[in-house]
Write a protein that binds this ligand. Structure first.
Ligand code: ZN
Length: 245
């Protein structure tokens, strides 16, 4: 695929092996404005790639370097996500600009780019994530319109099959065994959920991040029956790849 080089000075050396792929939306009015910011030393942000709405792919940072796209967050116990990941910014106004649909040309380009990244690097399907997965308390990107199911079917990321009646449903404010089981399942998937505690705002944000990816018709933050069945389904897929230790 044709890649346009547009070097950003905003990078440094990786401190961890590469193991994750993180997808974002730019959340700005235009792609050009986003690229300018990602190349501006004053902003100290960057990504390895930016994919324009028409499908043009810009490379800002070399894959072996550490781009600055993730910020504060946790995935699979790792808190230096930038050191462990490749970051792809998808040009889209996001929630602040009406959450536009992703054009087909753009989705095809992102998919081809991701497939190439997964061929070049040992990144597991369970570690292809959105920015909202690693920072559920402060990020919503790439948003509920991103076609995660299509990507999973094309080998980029996972898609759960529902396993009903294992995880009991629960809701914000609850405490007890159901909440503990929910926390454990979300941790097994990779989310940075604390292992114990009541169903607080932080847990609600994690459930909402899960729904944004896998149950976008119900963005409630409530672990209802269907959400729990999907969480359990995904947990089983992930733990069959990564044994519990
Ligand atoms: Zn982001």
């Amino acid at each position: 695929m044709a890649v346009i080089t547009r070097p950003s000075p905003n990078f440094n050396d990786r401190r961890l092996p590469l193991s994750m792929l993180v997808l974002h939306y730019t959340g700005m009015e235009t792609g050009e404005a986003a690229i300018e910011r990602l190349c501006d030393p004053e902003f100290s942000v960057s990504a390895h790639y930016v994919v324009e709405e028409d499908g043009r792919v810009f490379q800002l940072v070399s894959e072996d370097k550490r781009a600055w796209h993730a910020g504060k967050g946790v995935w699979r116990g790792c808190s230096d996500i930038n050191s462990a990941s490749i970051g792809v910014e998808i040009v889209n106004g996001g929630h602040d600009f009406g959450l536009p649909d992703y054009p087909e040309a753009q989705i095809e380009a992102v998919l081809a780019l991701c497939q190439g990244i997964l061929v070049r690097h040992p990144i597991k399907a369970c570690d292809v994530i959105g920015h909202s997965d690693l920072a559920p308390d402060r990020k919503q990107d790439p948003g509920e319109k991103f076609p995660w199911k299509r990507f999973a079917e094309a080998g980029v990321g996972l898609w759960p099959q529902a396993v009903p009646s294992v995880l009991p449903p629960c809701a914000p404010g609850d405490e007890g065994e159901a909440v503990t089981a929910l926390r454990q399942a979300l941790c097994d998937i990779g989310y940075g959920a604390e292992p114990a505690g009541a169903y607080d705002q932080a847990l609600k944000a994690v459930v909402l991040a899960f729904q944004r990816r896998f149950r976008s018709q119900a963005l409630t933050g409530v672990a209802d029956e269907e959400t729990c069945a999907l969480i359990e389904g995904l947990r089983r897929q992930v733990t069959s790849v990564i044994p519990k230790g």
